[in-house]
Design a protein around this ligand. Structure first.
Ligand code: ACO
Length: 323
């Protein structure tokens, strides 16, 4: 049997850091409000020349270096993002060209904040079917280019950044199972109301592009969905909740992360938290946290790791893997 296994991880963040205090000079908010409600203390914000593709490329190069893989060995690119550089070509194709490779399939997956979890699930299936051997999976976003900087209920939440993994075919266990879900019926609770075919408003700032969110409703849906996702993932693998070594959750809100840790009866020392430093980087958040967990020496080979995310759509999903 063929498995896909994480051979290397990488990440990239924009140079500029924006603190809560700095935001409090632009909108009526405070470090205390933001930190108590979300756990966020600062976020990175992309500047000139920093894009979803450039951050994704830098993360990908670091992941390939860690895996000891050359760009020419990559035979699949799956790129999770909801803030692509262009509508087309895909960010995957743009990044492929920047890596100096051509020929292998390359495409984007848009599942909002669940983009990386969806992307790695897709790549896992390509590898297990034998259609790919060495896949590059990226989660990268520049959500700060989309937020309405005058709306304090959303602009304090998001940051920019990217993470990537190289997945390799292996006879030893790697990814054990993936679980993906979506429910499009509640789109107005968390959405950007502007696209190409609908919603374009030429007279408005940014043509009307912005993040709209009913935060407290999203919060409740996220906690409920993640609770049942944890149960589903454990049950599918015949595991007890105490068997998981590390939880690497989507970094939207510390209180949501703590609720999931409680469901797993897991002490916070076993949970990777980066939301304080990065804010919500959407598809970037899980691979950024994973890279930090690996490079800091926390996550060790052979350990059981649970990745999970929840985002606009709604979309939600998990990946259970033996690192
Ligand atoms: N500073 C000060 N006050 C604020 C701010 C701010 N930045 N933002 C909102 N408020 C006020 C509101 O106006 C409201 O005031 P009111 O009571 O006078 O009307 C009050 O604070 C409380 O607002 P709530 O929305 O009820 O606050 P809540 O405790 O729910 O926290 C938050 C808001 C942080 C957004 C939380 O609901 C949350 O994290 N939700 C989930 C977000 C999430 O997980 N998103 C999913 C992924 S994102 C993606 O997919 C793109």
């Amino acid at each position: 049997r063929i498995y896909s296994r994480i051979a290397g991880t990488g990440s990239a963040l924009p140079a500029r850091v924006v603190s809560n205090d700095e935001l409090a000079q632009r909108v009526e908010t405070s470090d205390e409000w933001i930190a108590t409600r979300t756990g966020i203390r600062q976020r990175h914000v992309a500047g000139e020349g920093e894009t979803t593709v450039s951050l994704g490329r830098d993360a990908a190069l670091r992941a390939m270096e860690a895996a000891g893989v050359e760009p020419g060995e990559i035979d699949l690119i799956v790129f999770g993002t909801t803030t692509p550089n262009l509508i087309f070509p895909s960010s995957a194709c743009l990044m492929q060209a920047e890596l100096g490779i051509a020929g292998c399939p390359a495409f984007d997956v848009n599942a909002a904040c669940c983009g990386f979890v969806y992307a790695i699930s897709v790549a896992d299936k390509f590898i297990r079917s034998g259609d790919a051997k060495t896949a590059l999976v990226v989660g990268s976003e520049t959500l700060t280019r989309m937020v309405d900087w005058s709306d304090r209920s959303t602009c304090v939440l998001f940051g920019d950044g990217a993470g990537a993994v190289v997945l390799k075919a292996d006879s030893a266990t790697g990814i054990l199972s993936t679980h993906l879900h979506a429910d499009g019926a509640k789109k107005e609770l968390l959405w950007n109301p502007v696209g190409v075919s609908e919603g374009f408003k030429p007279g408005e700032d940014n043509a009307g592009v912005r993040v709209l969110m009913t935060g407290n409703e999203v919060f409740k849906h996220a906690v409920r969905a993640l609770d049942s996702l944890v149960d589903e993932t454990l049950e599918a693998n015949g595991l007890d909740r105490h068997d998981i070594d590390w939880l690497i959750p989507h970094q939207a809100n510390l209180r949501i992360i703590e609720a999931t840790a409680k469901r797993l009866d897991m002490p916070m020392e076993r949970v990777i938290v980066t939301v304080d430093k990065h804010g919500n980087t959407s598809s970037g958040s899980v691979p950024l946290a994973l890279d930090e967990a690996v490079r800091s020496g926390k996550v060790q080979r052979g350990q059981l790791v649970l990745l999970e995310a929840f985002g606009g759509g709604f979309t939600w999903g998990s990946v259970l893997l033996r690192y």
